[in-house]
Design a binder for this molecule. Structure first.
Ligand SMILES: CC(C)(COP(=O)(O)OP(=O)(O)OC[C@H]1O[C@@H](n2cnc3c(N)ncnc32)[C@H](O)[C@@H]1OP(=O)(O)O)[C@@H](O)C(=O)NCCC(=O)NCCS
Length: 185
């Protein structure tokens, strides 16, 4: 039996993590067709209608198995990224995290901040004590996000996932445990 969490708004510095809304469709369409995002977060979204479907799926939390949020720069109001917990397993008490940042917003702490903020929220609000992060071994920027967000690298999964180029890549597996983060409130 799973229970769906209430969609939150989470603030982390100047970042605001909020539920997806229909008005995000054109930004989502552009972002998902960025070559780097198409490679490492492949999803076949080619039209505004498909972007709207992508948003509708992420805005429906009823199954209780994911928490998907848009990342907004609260100073400019610009939608700058995506962060999500998926495969939330209430029995095992674990989940996986994924993310992307729009090209213009990269290199200023968006992904690492969003990952940190969502993990902290999740350890406080969900019955989980372990979050896994997996990325292609040849995606060093993602490895940097994992390290900056406090994850510990656990190993290399050989030829474990087919990415947007149609090839299977080795992946690096990282984890964050509830006890790794100082959470007092
Ligand atoms: C990976 C990605 C999410 C990072 O987003 P971001 O908002 O720029 O991340 P942050 O600013 O928090 O941190 C990025 C770090 O990676 C570093 N970095 C960027 N490109 C790098 C590269 N080619 N090699 C090594 N480090 C790199 C940055 O310097 C920064 O580290 P620093 O703060 O120590 O300087 C973004 O580049 C992206 O969306 N890429 C395409 C999709 C993707 O890879 N998604 C993740 C799938 S697992």
């Amino acid at each position: 039996m799973t229970s769906a969490p209430e969609p939150p708004e989470i603030r982390w510095g100047t970042l605001l993590l909020r539920p997806w809304s229909a008005g995000d469709a054109s930004v989502v369409l552009t972002a998902l067709n960025d070559p780097e995002i198409a490679l490492w977060n492949a999803s076949a979204v080619r039209t505004v209608e498909e972007a709207t479907d992508w948003i509708v799926r992420r805005a429906d939390w009823s199954a209780g198995d994911h928490v998907s949020l848009a990342v907004v720069d609260s100073l400019s109001g610009e939608l700058v990224g995506s962060v999500s917990l998926h495969q939330i397993d209430h029995e095992q008490g674990d989940a996986e995290i994924g993310y992307w940042t729009a090209p213009a917003a990269r290199g200023r702490g968006v992904a690492s901040g969003a990952v940190t903020a969502l993990c902290r929220w999740a350890f406080l609000q969900l019955p989980i004590d372990r979050i896994e992060l997996c990325h292609a071994a040849d995606n060093p920027a993602s490895a940097r996000v994992a390290a900056k967000a406090g994850f510990t690298q656990e190993g290399r999964l050989r030829q474990s996932y087919r990415y947007g180029d149609g090839r299977k890549h080795d992946e690096l597996l990282w984890s964050l445990l509830r006890g790794d983060l100082p959470i007092d409130s």
